[in-house]
Design a protein. Structure first.
Length: 283
């Protein structure tokens, strides 16, 4: 069933676990993620960046994920990730997305508040949930890039003000993760996470969760993260498996032969990440 993220994230706050959210790009990655979620019996968030929306088309993505949701035994959310283009966000809502993130992290605080307020008003009338970011997560996420020096950790007191003023459904926070891979080992600011968790009651979102050590994800979930975002760690094994096929068999031309191992590799990562979130069996 296709759902908004309202109930599944509320349940995650209550139960002190997280829902894993995976960025997909095509039917193959979508089916591989859904398979992992079904095998783990967990709600799952399927997300597409705005550049994936441009690549695949809104109608295709809504149809694909709608079909996946209808055919699967677990709740499925179709979420628009990191949207900086309000017109595009509206189109996605109108076309059937059930959740959106409006990314105002590059705007001033007041502009971010205004953008999120506007999004919440529009989305809530249509039973769609809204995620927003306070602070700024470093790294490269598709067409959006933030240099490390320009990243900003989330201020716990400002988070209270932000949630009150915007009525946002879930809050992405910056506590030391970055989009993509890490040079060294990422150091998460657990104290900041705990402080934010004490002060606000909305679900908290951890972006850039690829390549964060398992123990750090587990600890972040224990301390109050309710959604973890994984993109890079699906893209890499998917591509690696395809490269392996072509290395062994350069003449291979059957998509079913070169995509199947790639899909299996994605499903394996998906199940592992869901395990770290403690959401298995919560569907
Ligand atoms: P990673 O690419 O590090 O997994 O980040 C994903 C993300 O935050 C998507 O919004
Ligand atoms: Zn992100
Ligand atoms: Na990352």
């Amino acid at each position: 069933e296709l759902v908004s993220s309202r109930k599944i994230l509320k349940d995650a706050v209550k139960g002190n676990y997280a829902i894993a959210a995976f960025n997909v790009h095509n039917m193959e990655t979508l089916k591989a993620v859904i398979k992992g979620a079904v095998e783990m019996d967990t709600p799952v968030i399927i997300q597409t960046s705005q550049s994936t929306v441009k690549y695949a088309g809104i109608e295709y993505l809504v149809a694909l994920v709608g079909t996946a949701a209808k055919l699967s035994s677990v709740p499925v959310v179709l979420h628009l990730d990191h949207c900086t283009d309000w017109e595009l966000a509206k189109k996605c809502i109108d076309a059937g997305y059930t959740s959106i993130m409006v990314d105002g992290s590059m705007l001033s605080y007041e502009e971010n508040v205004a953008l999120v307020k506007k999004a919440v008003e529009y989305a809530h009338l249509r039973d769609v949930t809204v995620e927003a970011e306070l602070g700024r997560v470093a790294g490269v996420e598709d067409d959006l890039s933030v240099e490390e020096e320009k990243s900003l950790y989330t201020d716990p007191d400002l988070a209270v003000d932000f949630v009150e003023k915007t009525g946002v459904d879930s809050l992405a926070i910056a506590i030391g993760t970055a989009h993509g891979v890490y040079k060294g080992e990422p150091k998460l600011d657990y104290e900041r996470l705990s402080a934010i968790r004490r002060k606000v009651d909305v679900p908290l979102v951890l972006h850039g969760a690829s390549c964060v050590p398992d123990e750090s994800i587990i600890k972040a979930v224990e301390l109050g993260i309710n959604k973890i975002n994984i993109a890079t760690e699906l893209k890499m094994p998917f591509a690696d498996a395809i490269k392996r096929v072509f290395k062994e068999k350069p003449q291979e031309d059957d998509p079913r032969k070169y995509f199947t191992p790639a899909m299996d590799a994605v499903t394996e990562v998906v199940k592992h990440k869901i395990g770290l979130c403690s959401s298995a069996g919560k569907a």
